[in-house]
Design a protein around this ligand. Structure first.
Ligand SMILES: [Zn+2]
Length: 455
């Protein structure tokens, strides 16, 4: 593949909306030059509205297969924990071929809605009987293969999952596919190292403080190169917070802060239930909060303290987690709406320097997502990846719109997908709203789902 260029009447550059822009990239898919104040040339690719693509900082790809299947009331009070029992049933049957088909469908959907990279929090390591495959990284490599099939950028985070609960409770039998010791995770990290390339980074995900200990995390971090990301689920549910206090005398975020490990390489997924002191502690650590609004809403987790966290200078990104939504717009819209409902106010994510809520949310999530994925993305700037979206300028919502209203209109006016074309690493993956391999990917997914649903 050779390099390329695109002209945009309006592009969202690091300094904000800029007119008459031309982006150039090389054969590796890295931007080499960003020209401004230029004129379009005949025959070149042209866009009206061009914006950087979003990183989806939290995904469990296999859960795409059960989206919409758990919205039926059970015999007892439904909760995150009853949902988890159903999720385990799916997790126990999925084969390597099936996880690849499911992940490819998911990633093609993510691309079509504006995600250009994904952080995969991957814990389906072992076979359904609980044994490692001949290649211990078989399942993770299938997920990476799906990312390559679709073209989305990938940060693979193999999960360390050793215990069922605080105080090192042994795993349940239905958690056997996740079972990993410190030695297992070191084996997986070594095996995955050869997958690293311009589109693929490898990090680590201690599942939670329920499933790992701070001592285990510290041991693995000693061998992980310094710039690699570390993601952890934390304080998603009050039951988890209460169990942590009972076991350790501390809330989970406090426990992690006190460990002295927290810094910019960390992504705290959810971090829903924090005290004001914890909010300030996470913000000042430089870590990213991984907010997954649609899943948190679906599972009844609670509200993240967005205004408190932003006031403390906290960084955040967004993730689709259980994949009840594949749209960054929906994720950000509901992040803002949740806060409005909670606080009975409006325009919560605006700031004194950025009064447009949509711009403020997209910009913050771009930076937080890029940091959490540990890849050079999220900015249309030389040496960064050529990952961008071209919006559908023929859509009536964008007709005659000034640039400063584009994000707000995209985020808060209706549900049409305004993403027309998607380019990742300089390669066009979505054209006129369709992924370039959509038919083939969808066929494999449909076949897989018929088997999984027994039809
Ligand atoms: Zn998760």
């Amino acid at each position: 593949m050779s390099g390329g260029s695109v002209f945009a009447s309006h592009a969202y550059l690091p300094q904000g909306w800029t007119d008459q822009v031309r982006l150039h990239w090389n054969a590796h898919g890295d931007l080499t030059q960003v020209e401004t104040g230029v004129q379009p040339q005949t025959g070149e690719t042209q866009a009206v509205w061009l914006v950087p693509g979003m990183t989806n900082l939290h995904s469990h790809a296999f859960q795409r297969a059960m989206a919409g299947m758990t919205e039926i009331a059970g015999d007892r009070q439904d909760s995150f924990w009853t949902w988890r029992d159903l999720m385990y049933r799916y997790a126990l049957v999925i084969t390597p071929e099936q996880i690849q088909a499911i992940a490819a469908q998911l990633y093609s959907e993510c691309l079509r809605h504006g995600y250009t990279g994904v952080c995969e929090f991957h814990y389906l390591h072992r076979d359904p009987a609980g044994q490692f495959y001949a290649n211990p990284a078989e399942m993770a490599e299938r997920v990476i293969a799906a990312a390559r099939q679709t073209g989305i950028g990938m940060t693979m985070l193999p999960v360390l999952y050793s215990y069922a609960d605080f105080l090192e409770q042994p795993l349940r039998t239905d958690q056997r596919r996740f079972a990993t010791t410190v030695d297992d995770i070191l084996t997986l990290l070594t095996a995955l190292e050869r997958q690293r390339d311009a589109q693929t980074e490898i990090g680590l995900a201690p599942h939670s403080l329920r499933a790992t200990t701070t001592e285990q995390i510290r041991t693995v971090l000693q061998t992980l190169p310094a710039h690699r990301p570390v993601h952890i689920h934390i304080a998603e549910q009050m039951k988890e917070v209460d169990a942590c206090v009972a076991a350790t005398g501390k809330r989970p975020v406090q426990l992690l802060l006190d460990s002295g490990m927290l810094d910019q390489r960390w992504c705290l997924v959810h971090a829903t239930h924090m005290t004001p002191e914890e909010v300030r502690g996470v913000a000042s650590s430089g870590a990213v909060a991984g907010i997954c609004t649609s899943t948190e809403g679906n599972l009844g987790d609670g509200f993240f303290d967005l205004p408190g966290y932003l006031a403390a200078g906290g960084r955040f990104g967004i993730g689709s987690d259980s994949h009840v939504s594949q749209s960054p717009v929906e994720e950000l819209r509901w992040l803002e709406y949740g806060q409005r409902l909670r606080l009975q106010g409006r325009n919560i994510a605006a700031s004194t320097t950025q009064k447009h809520v949509g711009d403020s949310l997209w910009h913050a999530a771009l930076q937080g997502g890029a940091q959490a994925g540990a890849r050079r993305v999220g900015q249309l700037r030389s040496t960064y990846r050529a990952d961008f979206l071209i919006l559908d300028d023929a859509h009536p919502n964008l007709a005659g719109l000034p640039a400063q209203d584009v994000f707000n209109t995209w985020m808060f006016a209706g549900n049409d997908n305004l993403v027309r074309d998607v380019v990742v690493g300089g390669k066009t993956l979505v054209q006129q709203g369709r992924h370039i391999a959509q038919d083939e990917i969808q066929r494999a997914y449909v076949d897989c789902m018929r088997v999984l649903r027994g039809r």
